[in-house]
Write a protein that binds this ligand. Structure first.
Ligand SMILES: [Zn+2]
Length: 389
């Protein structure tokens, strides 16, 4: 017999009950609504929801009817509480970054919805239409923390930058003092983004690639006449070139600065133990002035872009099953994305700020996640470390 709590069953499932249930879906990293539904006999649900766990179908259906702004408001509350609690310190250079990037969640040739983007795949058997979804996310990056604060789906007929501008407008309104500089890959070295960010009182730093050949050529020829300065980025030895006042990009209203970093380091090959030298070259274009952002700060901020790949998308996809299509419907897809981000934020902040250093040394993040899972399945709660509230 199913475990039925004392609370009277409601004829309609309240949305907060569904959201609390879906938060557990991500925190225990189950990866599917059906897997979650199979735990419905566990007494945990009575304690957590005050009612029975809704069916998998109900969870997906209600997710497609959630008011997105309510979910974003919860994330904003989390940010405000962390900020007031001084849990979000700036890096040594003093500039908190907002890293923005697009992520394609899934692609299929079969099922599609009104929010699907399309592309033509040329195959041996003929052209086929592929359906996919992409959203643009924004992640704050500070001294020792990252926080995914919002996401915006790319709509049919628009490009990624258009979705990013919609996201930025909302984030700047909700989080006006959360960051100083927007950091992005080469796609965002776009006059629309640079002018938007600059006119809203923020700075921007983007990778400079071949998509701006005139600007890149201008920088290369000028840097060839300069002696580089020496610096370090982590274990890498660097040579840096840094110039302000480029005029080769007239569509951008701000003063343009370009930084080049040639970085060398060595790795020991596993197969024969030989030490192998490595070298990479970066160009960044930015509106940041040398004060308060000296060359070393620009280089650190430029590399911070990878935080959204490593501590953002990769973590969400590989550990939190965020790319799984829980329900193929535009609102539901965004709800699951935002909820996964919210759960990741709360989990990481609990791990970094709530656990004592000794507890973190004794328990990896995966171990803590397994303790949370054990609680769902009715195992005795471990004495330490304690699970998130
Ligand atoms: Zn779709």
């Amino acid at each position: 017999m199913d475990a039925v709590c004392d609370a009277r069953r409601q004829p309609q499932i309240p949305t907060p009950v569904v959201m609390r249930a879906l938060a557990v879906l991500f925190l225990v990293r189950l990866g599917s609504l059906n897997a979650l539904a199979q735990t419905r006999r566990q007494p945990f649900w009575c304690r957590w929801l005050g009612s029975d766990l809704p069916s998998a179908d109900t969870l997906g259906r209600v997710a497609s009817q959630v008011e997105i702004s309510d979910l974003r408001a919860v994330q904003q509350q989390v940010y405000v509480r962390l900020k007031r609690g001084k849990a979000l310190p700036a890096p040594v250079h003093g500039l908190i970054a907002a890293v923005v990037d697009g992520h394609e969640s899934h692609a299929t040739f079969r099922r599609h919805c009104p929010g699907c983007l399309t592309r033509t795949i040329h195959a041996a058997g003929g052209d086929r239409t592929q359906y996919y979804h992409r959203h643009v996310s924004l992640q704050l990056v500070g001294a020792d923390w990252t926080l995914l604060v919002d996401a915006e789906p790319q709509r049919p007929g628009e490009d990624e930058v258009a979705a990013a501008l919609r996201l930025l407008e909302r984030v700047l309104a909700r989080y006006p003092r959360a960051f100083e500089v927007l950091v992005a890959d080469g796609l965002y070295a776009d006059p629309r983004v640079f002018n938007f960010v600059f006119t809203h009182g923020k700075d921007i730093l983007a990778v400079l690639k071949d998509n701006h050949p005139a600007l890149l050529e201008d920088a290369r020829s000028l840097f060839a006449t300069l002696t580089p300065t020496s610096g370090r980025y982590r274990l890498r030895t660097c040579q840096w070139w840094d110039l302000v006042g480029f005029t080769t990009w007239p569509q951008v209203a701000a003063s343009i600065r370009i930084v080049r970093s040639v970085e060398t380091w060595s790795v020991q090959r596993q197969r024969d133990g030989q030490v192998e030298p490595q070298q990479t070259e970066w160009f960044w274009v930015t509106t940041l002035a040398p004060t308060p952002a000296p060359t070393a700060a620009v280089v650190q901020l430029g590399h911070a872009r990878w935080a959204i790949e490593n501590a953002g998308f990769n973590e969400l996809v590989t550990r939190w099953h965020a790319d799984h299509v829980y329900r193929h419907e535009p609102t539901a897809l965004l709800v699951f994305t935002l909820l996964a981000m919210l759960c990741l934020n709360v989990f990481l902040m609990f791990y970094r700020r709530d656990l004592k250093p000794a507890a973190r040394q004794a328990a990896s993040r995966l171990h803590v996640a397994r303790l949370i899972t054990a609680e769902l399945y009715g195992a005795r709660r471990a004495a330490s470390p304690r699970a998130p509230p």
